[in-house]
Design a binder for this molecule. Structure first.
Ligand SMILES: Cc1ncc(COP(=O)(O)O)c(C=O)c1O
Length: 380
C-alpha cells in the first residue's frame, strides 16, 4: 500500500550506512567491540550502571523474568493493554501472567490500585509498560512492590528517552527492557537492551544471553579466555555488530528526534482539540518527559472503528490499534487463565486508535491527518 502518511517511518543518513559498512569491512560480525560500545553508550544515556544488548525486547523481558527467579507456580502482574510479548515472556518461564486494569481514559497505564487488588501469596513480580512512552505511576508502584516484596520489571519498549522525576524510565525497576524494532523511536531492525544497576544481575544476564557460558567467542578471539564452562541453561539472545553499529548512530540522534516527536504531539493535541473535540486524547499534562512513541486517540463511544480506519485508509492515512487486549486472545483464553474483569481496559481498548507519528512529519502532514480524522468521523 502506498500510504500518503504511514504510521511510522525510518530515516537513515550516510552515518548509518557508513557505520554498517565499517563493520562489514572489519570482518567481525558477531557480538564484540561495537556491541560493547553500544552497551556503554546506552548505559550512559539512561544513567544505568549496566546495559546488556540482546536480540529483541521479548528476549530482554524473558531474561528479566529469569534473573528475577520467576518460574512455575509464580504469578506476575501486568497490564493486558500491551503487546503480547510482555505476557509471553512471563509464560516462557512457566509462571502465570495476571492481568491488572489500566488507570483511566486519561492514563492508559497499569493502575496501582488494580495491581494491589491482584496481589496474593503467589505474586512474585510486577511488569509495568510505559504505554506510548508515558510513565507509569512509578512512585506508587515501587511503594507497593516494596511493601509486598515484589520485583518490578519495566517494559520500556516505547519509552527510550522517557523520564519521570528526572529519572530515566527503565531505571526505576530491577531491570528495564527496551526494543529497537523498526517502528520504535530508535531502531536496529530487530534488537533490544536490558538495563540494571545490580552487578550480580548484570553478570547473570550476560551469561544467559550467551548459552550460560562463562566466556564468549569475542573474549576468546581477544585471547582473554581459551575455554569456558556452562553454568546456566542459557540462550542465544545476542545482538550482532551490524545492528549495534546501527544502534550507536541511532542513539546519538535519539534526543533530536524525540524532541520532534514531542513538538508533533503538541500540534496534534492542539489541532485535534480545536477541530474534532469529540476525540479524547489521553495523557494530557502527564507527569515526566515522554518519548512520544505513540499518538493514541480515543474515538467517541459507538464509533465503528473498522469503518473509521477504512475511511482513513481511503484518504491515504495509515492507522493502527494499540492494543487488542491480551486476555481476549485465543492463546490466553485457553491458557486456564482466571476470568478477568478489566472494565477500563475493555472500554478503552474498544475505542483506541493510533495516528501516524514519526519525527519528520511536517505541519502539513499533521493537518492532513487531523482533517482526515474530522472527515472520517463525519462519515460515521
Ligand atoms: C510494549 C512492548 N513490549 C515488548 C515488545 C517486544 O519488542 P521486540 O519486538 O523488540 O521483541 C514490543 C514491541 O512492539 C512492545 O511494543
Amino acid at each position: 500500500m502506498n500510504w500518503k502518511i504511514p504510521l511510522s517511518d525510518i530515516y537513515f543518513s550516510t552515518r548509518e550506512s557508513n557505520a554498517v559498512l565499517k563493520v562489514l569491512k572489519s570482518g567481525w560480525l558477531t557480538m564484540g567491540a561495537v556491541t560493547q560500545q553500544f552497551e556503554q553508550e546506552f548505559a550512559t544515556y539512561t544513567g544505568a550502571k549496566h546495559a546488556i544488548a540482546v536480540t529483541n525486547a521479548t528476549a530482554a523481558l524473558h531474561l528479566a523474568c529469569l534473573v528475577a527467579d520467576i518460574g512455575p507456580g509464580d504469578e506476575v502482574i501486568l497490564p493486558s493493554l500491551t503487546f503480547v510479548a510482555t505476557a509471553n515472556a512471563v509464560r516462557y518461564t512457566g509462571a502465570t501472567p495476571v492481568f491488572a486494569d489500566i488507570e483511566s481514559e486519561e492514563t492508559l497505564n497499569i493502575s496501582p490500585a488494580s495491581i494491589e487488588a491482584n496481589i496474593n501469596e503467589h505474586t512474585r513480580a510486577i511488569i509495568v509498560v510505559h504505554y506510548g512512552g508515558y510513565a507509569c505511576d512509578m512512585p506508587a508502584i515501587m511503594e507497593i512492590a516494596s511493601r509486598h516484596d515484589l520485583v518490578v520489571i519495566e517494559d520500556a519498549a516505547h519509552a527510550i528517552g522517557s523520564s519521570l522525576e528526572k529519572r530515566m524510565l527503565g531505571t526505576w525497576g530491577q531491570t528495564g527492557c527496551f526494543s529497537f524494532f523498526s517502528n520504535k523511536n530508535m531502531t536496529t531492525g530487530e534488537g533490544g537492551m536490558i538495563i540494571t544497576n545490580d552487578d550480580a544481575l548484570a553478570e547473570h544476564l550476560r551469561r544467559l544471553r550467551s548459552h550460560g557460558m562463562t566466556s564468549v567467542t569475542w573474549d576468546r578471539h581477544k585471547g582473554h579466555a581459551w575455554s569456558y564452562d556452562v553454568v546456566d541453561l542459557g540462550y542465544n539472545y545476542r545482538l550482532d555488530e551490524i545492528r549495534s553499529a546501527l544502534g550507536r548512530v541511532q542513539l546519538s540522534k535519539l534526543d533530536y528526534y524525540n524532541e520532534h516527536r514531542q513538538k508533533i504531539t503538541v500540534l496534534y493535541r492542539e489541532w485535534l482539540q480545536a477541530l474534532v473535540p469529540a476525540i479524547k486524547i489521553p495523557f494530557r499534562n502527564h507527569p515526566g518527559k515522554s518519548a512520544c512513541h505513540l499518538m493514541s486517540i480515543l474515538l467517541p463511544s459507538g464509533t465503528d472503528r473498522r469503518q473509521f480506519m477504512d475511511s482513513m485508509k481511503e484518504r491515504g492515512i495509515q492507522t493502527s490499534i494499540h492494543y487488542p487486549p491480551i486476555h481476549h486472545f485465543e492463546a490466553y483464553r485457553s491458557n486456564g487463565q482466571q476470568t478477568v474483569s478489566l472494565p477500563t481496559t475493555e472500554a478503552i481498548a474498544a475505542r483506541e486508535l493510533t495516528l501516524p507519528l514519526y519525527p519528520t512529519m511536517s505541519s502539513d502532514d499533521i493537518v492532513l491527518v487531523v482533517r482526515s480524522v474530522q472527515g472520517s468521523l463525519q462519515e460515521q
